[in-house]
Design a protein. Structure first.
Ligand code: ADP
Ligand code: MG
Length: 489
């Protein structure tokens, strides 16, 4: 045997590496991962509209020494099999260069660390010209000529990226300014979602001086979002944490809430697991085929936190936009949340399986068809509960829900059954008769007063009361509600 080194040919390999499949947004996200990994608390993205657009990213992270920067520029700078710091968002040692050069032909990296400033650049045309992995280096004067570099020069440490010659964007469009602006907009939305947990913490990301607002897909800020009990899966000494959320009923969502939740039309498709690797969102809106994306579960979203030490168990790809989880993890994840998510959703939105006698009436007790029988639950959509919920804070809503649940669960089915069999159950209380009518009307007025005092819409509530027990059972009360409603016509 003899050996012979076989070095990859730079111009072709560097060109092939561009086609890993990054989108503009996923490429930028990979660059931001590096800044976050370097403990940056502020990242500024600057891009002015131009026929020859560029993108500048400046972070106030720890920066790199000359040696470290040189290493970082090398393809395959870190070993994907190595154990990573548990806040590290990197993996393959490729992101910095392959993400940038997937979109443009020139990448300049300037980094400041311990009062030392260094710069290198990958320039695809230069690599082709030289036919070798030839990096360009710059001295201080040359560094000062880069656009917007003053910002980095005024910082103690940090890193500056300058991406330009966006051939990949230019190729597909006649109007590069317009297309580039669209890309920037998509990128902003993407960043707002992927990094929402960092943005909600202490990270600031700006795009052309405008701060990006976190897009929390669980609407945790909303008082009617239900947060279910967290559960943990232990695996090879590591822990996966699951936290289910049920978004508020649609009637409680404003336009802005819908936007944050991913759009009104998309609620159904965006349900499912939201998988985070070190708090950075990787995949979302999927049940991994363990559950259908049902209308009934459309408000259910489960936050899954996986530490990077388990990377080897799931195949995360270089662009961090897909992740294939082993079946065993998927099944465990699903079992851990089945009851809290599918169970509670059934109560709130299992419209399809509700056994209803009359579609025009909201029954207080609903008969639910389960897999092996029936269950009676209190309809949380009746106005009597809704109006209370709307005036309570998140914790109180949860307590109210818990109280109703306890009542439901402690329902004395067995003794009711015995009494009913013996004929000992009184008929349903009368809902007609003058006294009863007045009693119902007074109760209703009390509630309307509460509704008014709390700034809720009386009209909507009158409409709801018209269809709900016990008011809908009393014809005179119904007529009076109708009259009230006519006043709004
Ligand atoms: N903005 C940055 N600030 C400080 N260090 C950085 C920055 N970007 C990249 N690096 C360093 O360069 C290395 C290589 O980055 P990259 O090519 O994205 O691969 P990976 O993130 O998988 O390690 C990183 O591990 C990090 O040490
Ligand atoms: Mg990286």
């Amino acid at each position: 045997m003899y050996e012979q080194e076989c070095v990859p040919f730079a111009p072709t390999l560097i060109e092939s590496m561009r086609s890993i499949g990054y989108s503009f947004s996923s490429a930028v996200a990979d660059l931001l991962d590096n800044s976050i990994g370097a403990r940056a608390t502020r990242i500024d993205i600057v891009s002015e509209p131009s026929e020859n657009p560029s993108l500048i990213i400046i972070d106030n992270g720890c920066g790199m020494s000359d040696k470290k920067l040189y290493e970082a520029m090398r393809y395959g700078s870190s070993n994907p099999l190595e154990k990573r710091d548990d806040s590290d968002l990197g993996r393959f040692g490729l992101g910095l260069k392959s993400a940038s050069l997937s979109q443009c032909r020139k990448l300049v990296v300037v980094s400041k660390h311990d009062d030392e400033i260094n710069a290198y650049s990958w320039d695809l045309d230069y690599v082709i010209e030289k036919g070798a992995w030839m990096l360009k280096g710059f001295d201080t004067d040359e560094i000062r000529a880069f656009p917007k570099i003053e910002k980095l020069l005024n910082m103690n440490c940090g890193t500056y990226l300058y991406l330009n010659d966006f051939d990949r964007v230019r190729e597909g469009t006649k109007n590069i300014i317009e297309t580039f602006n669209e890309r920037l907009k998509e990128m902003e939305d993407h960043i707002a979602l992927l990094f929402h947990r960092f943005l909600d913490d202490n990270l600031i990301i700006t795009v052309n001086n405008r701060e990006i607002e976190a897009r929390d897909p669980f609407l945790t800020y909303h008082k009617a979002t239900q947060i279910k009990r967290e559960s943990k899966i232990h695996l090879k000494g590591e822990t996966i944490t699951l936290k289910p959320y049920i978004l508020p009923h649609l009637s409680k969502l404003t336009e802005k809430d819908f936007e944050k939740a991913g759009g009104k039309e998309n609620l159904r498709t965006e349900q499912g697991f939201y998988v985070y690797r070190n708090r950075r969102l990787i995949v979302w809106g999927t049940w991994f085929r363990l559950e259908r994306k049902d209308e009934l579960n459309k408000l259910a979203r489960v936050r899954v936190d996986i530490p990077n030490s388990l990377d080897y168990m799931w195949s995360i790809d270089i662009k961090k936009s897909t992740a294939i989880l082993p079946d065993i993890i998927k099944k465990n994840m699903y079992n851990a949340v089945y009851e809290s998510v599918m169970g509670s959703e059934r109560v709130h939105t299992y419209r399809g399986r509700k056994e209803k006698k009359d579609d025009n009436i909201e029954y207080i007790w609903e008969r639910m068809k389960l897999r092996n029988g029936y269950e009676y639950v209190v309809n949380r959509n009746i106005p009597q509960i809704k109006m209370l919920e709307e005036t309570l804070d998140k914790e109180q809503v949860k307590m109210l829900d818990d109280v109703i649940k306890v009542l439901e669960e402690s329902f004395p089915t067995a003794s009711l059954y015995v009494d009913a069999a013996k004929g000992n159950i009184e008929e349903k209380k009368a809902v007609e008769g003058d006294d009863k009518t007045e009693e119902l009307w007074i109760k209703l007025q009390e509630q309307i007063r509460y509704i008014k005092n709390n700034g809720l819409s009386e009209k909507e509530y009158y409409k709801a009361f018209y269809r709900v027990e016990p008011y809908c059972d009393n014809e005179i009360v119904r007529q009076r509600i109708k009259k009230e409603l006519e006043k709004y016509e």
